[in-house]
Design a protein around this ligand. Sequence first.
Ligand code: OOG
Ligand code: MG
Length: 263
Amino acid sequence: MIKTDVIDQIAFELYEAEKQKKSVNKFVDAYPELDEALAYQVQERLIELKCKEENTKRVGRKLGLTSKAKQEMMGVHEPSYGVLLESMQLGEGERISLAPFIHAKLEPEIAFVFNKEIKGPHVTVADVLTATKYIAPALEIIDSRFQGFSFTLPDAVADNSSSSRYIIGERFYSPENFDLKLMGMVYKQNGEVVATGAGAAVMGHPARAIAWLANRLYKVGQSIQPGEVVLSGSLSAAIKIEPGDHFSASFDGLGSVEAVFTE
Ligand code: OOG
Ligand code: MG
């Protein structure tokens, strides 16, 4: 198959898998040519398709696999990124039905919103913090389109880094008064602590994950735009969501964000 056909074919299969709620096998076996660079082209095609079919638009990015906990959980040892669409955002406090998902999991994250462009190739933690308008606690629902949540890095990249929905807490803070590396986090499911962590779990500093993203985007001629929201990646392993679950992620000084799930 010629390259553009491979890109179209994989993007279409991933689009259909999400729509039909039917997981698919990893693509790397059927398409050995699927390397990281080609996978980002598939992701781009998938996002174009979703924007058109679902009448939505891009609002930001997400980072994936930026913590050891997540890398070990998935057996992948490099970060990835994906695109956030307007249609993926849920409001805090709304009851979330699990009906649209294949096998959703939930992750505690720190969200960043920017008021300046961040452009590689030499972005530092200080550059990211200077461009940050505010930070907020966030939860990300991930829902890999692959069977058994099993994939290689290129598979996950093509699948828009397993992104599905996200919730941003409704209190926003300037990053100035915080040391994000040392920011403690408590993650609870139905009142029980399921993970604890600190910002440093994400590449040593959550802003370092954003810097990595900006420097990585430079390679494909892109940058982080003013107004965009970026999820910096889960601080802990993702937890499988069951109907009736109530989750909260509390961050030192930022307060908490909560989510309640139904059938
Ligand atoms: C890939 C996406 C991981 C994160 O925050 O680490 C991710 C996956 O594990 O399915 O969103
Ligand atoms: Mg995530």
